[in-house]
Design a protein around this ligand. Structure first.
Ligand SMILES: [Zn+2]
Length: 654
């Protein structure tokens, strides 16, 4: 068995994988000062970005949840991979051929290359299915597509394929390409029977399901033959690659448009995604064999980007929220129920949720077929806020022509308005509700307030039963709009107190040194004594910088390689602090003022150290007797003069 990946190959991967691109596939990043970008953290739930990436040093750090690291650890964390797997994943992306130490110890629980092998198996399977779609046996599959107005180009664009009938067509194909029994089992492409493995997908139309990077991670398959007693739709099972709670069909094609338009359209099936894209709605995605869940919401919100400022849409109520998530429903009762159920969930998400209902009960695929692409675009354009949709659906069950009907409608809908968690939206919707009911604003507000009291009571008793809010930092808790707002000390007890000016100077100086070593007076910084920093955690970082050879060595090594070595020299939590300091946006981010800033804070720190030395030397001299101590006094005095001279020189230069 192959061992550890060679060190120089890991370095090559880290060097070549551009962190802003790899992260950017999952998180919409926008510039945040010189050499820095930020977006919504993929590792905790937030609405204002505290996730920073600093491409020049190849590091990322989240000031909300304190996670951080390099491009490899990002891939590890995001995909739940081991180190070797993450390196392999990136190596495949950036074209580095990995070599393994012969006989070296493999990392426990990890088989080198496993993920790559599974991805390869899926690549082969997708190509095989696509090829089979052209075979005579696939006539029913082609008929299915053409009945829905999908031509050959459309099939090719989405990689649609055909899984032949029989038991072992794909099995033999993959065995012929060297895939082993354990690999085939782990791929989820095969089922296990009494007599061994057999094809999971047989006699079906097949859609490859890709992750956000475009790798095929699973398949969705539709029944085609009468005699098939299996389910209408069959998807890949959970595997190391495929997690149905997080996959979204079409995300690879839609992600750029989602980020650009700040809009995503969630449809119900594979053919709906195809129909939407072909109709000019390129932001369409669908869940695969499962309901839309909180993990899907998180993924989409990250792609939509910052939802708190800029690019927001105006609700009918005048309240501004970020990017739109539009669900299409085919207007039947099931769709309305789904929307009503959705309403009960996380409202930070649903405040930006819209519903597009086709009154005739058609899904996007049928709509395109019957009335053409413009009808699909019109469906999306006619979206309404989820809150409005839910309230109106509730009202619609009552006869508003009678006083009893109006009172009944108010009684049914007031609790819905009361349950809207965003206090700014509630009065707006109460006013709208009054309009829809044709009732006095005052009586509606009273009904909502009364309903609110019982909703609160319900919530209290639920809390009492132990149902807790998730403990992620939410916007109500000052979800950081940058570093500095998050009490670092909460997560890292050794971190310095930001209120202390000396601690702040020490911290700023290290940020500057780690981010712009080239702008630092290396000779002066590297001459600092080991005790130049008063905050223990920062002193440990300084030690790591010294152990890595000082700032001077950064010039020859390149900034990111040097910072990487500093991170290695810093053990345990100090490594995390190095990352954080290397990613923290500097207070000064105008390019022309940056050099002055860096020189200023580093110079300030050096000055501070010299001032401390001067004070010590003066104290020593005062305790001495010039007559009695003679020579020692002369030495101490000379020292004082020298240090004062150095400080003067430093100040003059600045
Ligand atoms: Zn975070």
């Amino acid at each position: 068995m192959a061992g550890r990946i060679r060190r120089e190959d890991v370095d090559a991967v880290r060097e070549r994988a551009r962190i802003e691109e790899i992260v950017g596939e999952h998180v919409t990043l926008k510039p945040a000062g010189v050499g820095s970008m930020k977006g919504l953290c993929p590792f905790h739930d937030e609405r204002t970005p505290s996730f920073h990436v600093r491409p020049p040093v190849g590091l990322w750090h989240c000031f909300g949840c304190s996670e951080g690291g390099d491009v490899i650890s990002f891939v590890e964390k995001l995909h739940g991979l081991g180190f070797a797997e993450a390196v392999e994943h990136l190596a495949g992306r950036v074209g580095v051929q990995l070599r393994y130490e012969e006989g070296g110890p493999a990392r426990p629980g990890e088989e080198p290359g496993r993920r790559q092998r599974l991805l390869e198996a899926h690549r082969h399977a997708a190509a095989y299915f696509a090829e089979q779609l052209l075979s005579p046996a696939a006539a029913p599959a082609r008929a299915f597509l053409s009945e829905r107005s999908f031509d050959r180009d459309a099939a090719a664009q989405f990689g649609v394929g055909f899984a032949p009938q029989g038991w072992d067509a794909l099995l033999r194909h993959l065995r012929g390409r060297g895939f082993t029994e354990p690999e085939l089992t782990a791929s989820g492409l095969m089922s296990q029977g009494n007599r061994g493995l057999y094809d999971r997908f047989r006699g079906r139309l097949v859609w490859p399901i890709r992750d956000v990077t475009g790798d095929v991670v699973g398949f969705g398959a539709r029944r085609l033959f009468e005699e098939d007693t299996g389910p209408k739709y069959l998807n890949s099972p959970e595997t190391a690659l495929y997690h149905k709670a997080t996959v979204l069909y079409g995300i690879d094609l839609a992600k750029r448009e989602i980020a650009k338009r700040k809009q995503v359209v969630v449809v119900e099936g594979y053919t709906d995604v195809m129909a939407a894209h072909l109709s000019g709605v390129p932001t369409a995605v669908a869940t695969c064999g499962t309901a839309f869940g909180p993990d899907h919401a998180r993924i989409l919100r990250r792609l939509l980007g910052d939802t708190s400022v800029g690019g927001g849409v105006q609700l009918a109520t005048g309240a501004s929220v970020g990017g739109e998530i539009i669900f299409t429903f085919d207007g039947d009762e099931a769709g309305q129920k789904a929307a009503l159920r959705a309403f009960g969930e996380d409202q930070r998400f649903y405040a930006q949720t819209f519903v597009a209902v086709e009154p005739g009960g058609m899904d996007p695929c049928e709509l395109r077929q019957e009335r053409g692409p413009d009808a699909v675009k019109a469906l999306v354009a006619g979206r309404q806020p989820l809150f409005e949709f839910v309230i109106r659906s509730t009202i619609a069950a009552h006869n508003l022509n009678t006083a009893e009907g109006r009172v009944g409608a108010l009684r049914a809908s007031a609790p819905i308005v009361a349950r809207i968690r965003d206090a700014a939206l509630r009065p707006e919707y109460a006013r709208m509700l009054g309009g829809w009911l044709g009732m006095e604003g005052e009586s509606v507000l009273q009904a909502v307030a009364a309903a609110g009291r019982s909703v609160d009571a319900d919530a209290r008793s639920r809390d009492a039963r132990g149902r807790q809010e998730p403990t992620v930092p939410g916007p109500q808790r000052g979800d950081g709009d940058g570093p500095g707002r998050q009490g670092m000390s909460r997560t890292r007890p050794t971190a310095p107190d930001r209120a202390d000016p000396v601690a702040r100077l020490e911290r700023n100086a290290l940020e500057a040194v780690l981010q712009h070593p080239g702008l630092v007076d290396a000779a002066a910084f590297d001459a600092l004594p080991a005790d130049a920093f008063s905050v223990p955690a920062l002193r440990a970082v300084h030690e790591a910088i010294r152990a890595a050879g000082g700032v001077g060595t950064a010039v020859s090594e390149g900034d990111s390689a040097w910072v990487e070595r500093v991170r290695e020299e810093a053990a345990g939590p100090v490594g995390g602090l190095v990352t954080e300091l290397a990613v923290t946006p500097l207070p000064e981010d105008r390019p022309d003022a940056l050099e002055d800033y860096v020189r200023g804070v580093v110079g300030g720190l050096i000055d501070l150290g010299l001032t401390r030395q001067i004070a010590d030397a003066r104290g020593r001299l005062q305790r001495m007797d010039p007559e009695a101590d003679g020579e020692a006094y002369q030495v101490a005095f000379a020292e004082l003069v020298a240090v004062e001279g150095r400080r003067r020189a430093l100040r003059v230069r600045d």
